[in-house]
Design a binder for this molecule. Structure first.
Ligand code: MRU
Length: 351
């Protein structure tokens, strides 16, 4: 639950630091079960990230930051003289979990820089840094919510993809932060969420967290998107991102590129909502972004039950890259970039 009374529709928090350990809502089980997994060491955090207990780029970064706290505490206790070298193994373990979400590497790099500057017991300073990162992410989402909601021309319906909500961040969400703020301001007539195969983040997570906050949501199959846009009701596609390149190309959940192509064809606008921690100015363009490929079983089976014909193989890239020219606005906590390009993206960081 948020402590900012002026922000509405904000009850879900996926990550908590409690009793010197990291508690994560197990997102593999939602919406049918609401259970938490408690991580007492860095190996448990790395496993939780890789296995999708916690997912969504900002949430992955925050969980990793708490993972560094657990790692540094254990390494310092075991070997106070060499812990700074020893903890590098743990940072590498965390960095090896998911390759596309740049917030993971952003958070690890920040924690590493702090480690290098520390003397003595690292626990308190690292925990303070992880908690600040967590809180800053929520504050950034509130700001982006306001900025993004102001771009909508009411009344309009919106379509979102995957889950870029409270569950994917410290809280409130990026794309769903905009949708929450716009719903609170009565600027949205209807919210469509596509189911998002194969993990069903739309059907399971986006629908769950919006309904938890009392916001109505209408699910569509991904294949229905063009047909839906042709009806003329949808004004904006609103999505998050795992990594935005220096030229404004956007990596996000597989299927985002499809939506952007069909949106342009139908005169529907595309908004990408992401904190500046998701922007990778070292990546000149989207073609350089590493795209995670996950196991075939995720496509061939549904909740452990094989659905594909025996013998069928699967290709399972879980992100795609939408070229900047198909994006109408990138909303960050530092401001909005319309019709993004390399020059405008650089301008965001020079303010
Ligand atoms: O594979 P996931 O569920 O981690 O993918 C998440 C997404 O693609 C989100 O849209 C993205 O991380 C932005 S979350 C604010």
């Amino acid at each position: 639950m948020n402590k900012n009374a002026s922000v509405k529709y904000d009850t879900v928090r996926p990550i908590r630091w409690r009793d010197a350990a990291l508690s994560l809502i197990d997102q593999r089980l939602l919406p049918h079960a609401h259970e938490e997994i408690v991580c007492h060491d860095v190996a448990a955090v790395a496993h939780a990230i890789k296995d999708m207990v916690v997912r969504g780029a900002p949430a992955i970064g925050i969980a990793a930051a708490y993972g560094v706290v657990l790692a540094a505490r254990a390494r310092f206790q075991a070997a106070p003289a060499t812990w700074k070298q020893d903890v590098e193994t743990d940072l590498a373990l965390l960095a090896g979990t998911r390759p596309t979400a740049v917030n993971l590497f952003w958070a690890i790099d920040r924690m590493r820089r702090l480690i290098q500057a520390l003397d003595g017991d690292p626990g308190p300073a690292l925990l303070q840094a992880a908690q600040a990162m967590h809180q800053d992410d929520i504050e950034a989402n509130y700001r982006m919510g306001e900025l993004g909601a102001a771009l909508l021309e009411p009344p309009c319906a919106v379509l979102t993809h995957c889950n870029a909500g409270a569950l994917a961040t410290g809280g409130y969400g990026t794309a769903l932060g905009v949708i929450r703020a716009a719903f609170a301001a009565q600027r949205i007539t209807r919210i469509y969420a596509d189911e998002t195969r194969p993990w069903l983040q739309g059907a399971r997570l986006t629908a769950w967290e919006l309904l938890e906050d009392g916001i109505p949501v209408t699910l569509v199959a991904e294949g229905a998107a063009s047909h839906l846009m042709k009806q003329g009701e949808v004004g904006w596609v609103i999505v998050g991102s795992d990594r935005i390149a220096a030229n404004g190309d956007v990596a996000n959940k597989i299927g985002t590129y499809n939506l952007a192509v069909t949106a342009r064809h139908h005169g529907v606008k595309v908004m990408v909502v992401a904190p500046t921690s998701t922007i990778d100015m070292n990546m000149a363009s989207g073609g350089l972004i590493p795209i995670e490929t996950r196991g075939e079983a995720e496509l061939l089976a549904l909740q452990g039950q094989r659905i594909a014909a025996p013998g069928a193989r699967a290709w399972n890239p879980v992100f795609d890259v939408t070229p900047a020219e198909l994006v109408d606005a990138i909303v960050t906590e530092k401001g909005v970039v319309t019709a993004p390009n390399a020059e405008k993206m650089a301008g965001l960081f020079s303010q």
